[in-house]
Design a protein around this ligand. Sequence first.
Ligand SMILES: Cc1ncc(COP(=O)(O)O)c(C=O)c1O
Length: 320
Amino acid sequence: MREVLAAAPVGNDAYREDEAVRSLEDRVAELFGMDSAMFLPTGTMANLVAVSVLCPRGGEVLADQESYVLASGLGGLATVAGLQSRTIHAVRGALDAAAVRAALRPAGWGVLPTSALIVENTHARSGGAVVPLPVLAELSLLAREHGIGLHCDGARIWHAAVATGTSLKAYGALFDTLTVSVSKGLGAPVGALMLGDAERVERARQVRKQLGGGWRGAGVLAAAAEFAVLNNVARLREDHDKAAAIATRLGRQPMINAPVETNIVLVRVRDSVAVHRACARQGVGVFRLAPDLIRIVTHRDVSMERCLEAAEVIAAAIAQ
Ligand SMILES: Cc1ncc(COP(=O)(O)O)c(C=O)c1O
C-alpha cells in the first residue's frame, strides 16, 4: 500500500485534477452500481455532505436513536446541515418499516415534512450487526413511495457484504445516497466516499468545499484507498473469524451482541473504566462505549493468535 501511495499521480482535487482520486471515485461508484462517488477525509464529513444534499436546510430526518450520526455525530446534523431529527427505535440497527411509516410527517399546514430517512449498515452501536437486506429493501420502497430520501451510513457496509454474501450492487440499488469508509477495516490511512446520482454528487462537491474539504494532493490517500478496496475487502472475513473467536472465549460473560456477525464484540462489564485500564496495562486496547460496556474491534493488523492472547487478557480484566 505504501508503494502505491508513494507513486500516486496527484493534483488538485478541488478542480477535479487529481487522477488517483478520480480513479478511486470511478471504481467505488462502479462497485456499488451507483452513478458517482466523491472522496472525503472522514465518514463524519461524508454523512453530513450526503444528508445536506438530500434534505433542504430546516428539514427533518428520521434515524434510529443509536445511529452513529445521532449518537456520535456531536449534533452535526443540526449545527452543520441545519436539520431537525426525530428518532425511531431499532433492533440491532433494523428499523421497523411500520414504525417509520407511522412517524412520517407529510407536508401540510403547520407541519415540518419528513425529508429523509437514515439507516446504518453494519450498525456500530449494535456491535457490527448486519441489517438484513429485506429490511433495507422495504425501507427503500417506503421512502420511494413517500417521496423522501434514503441515506445509508455504510461506513462498514463492506463487512455486511462479506458476512452475508450480498453484492455491493444490491446495496447500492437501494439508497439515494450512501457513504462508505476506507479507513476502518479496509486499512487505508484516511478516507471515506459519498455516493449518489451525478447531480447530487456534483452538489455535494460544493458542500464539501464549504466544509473545507476541497483538498490538494489527495491522490496519495486515494491511491491507498483504492488499493484497500481492491485488496482488503474479501479478507474482512478473517477479522470476523477473529471477533467470533474472542466472543467464544468471553462467552461466559453476558455478551450483548451475540451472535457476533462481523468484527465487533460488545461486552457488558461491571466497570468499563477498570477493565479498560487493566487491558491497557497489558497492551490490549478496548473501547469504553458506556460505563458498563466495552467494545472490542478486530482488524487486519492483529493476527488470530494475538487476538486469542488479547481475549485472555480481557477475560482476566473482566473477572477482577
Ligand atoms: C457507523 C459509522 N459511521 C460514521 C463514522 C464516522 O467515521 P469517521 O471516524 O471517519 O468520521 C463511524 C466511525 O466510527 C461509524 O462507526
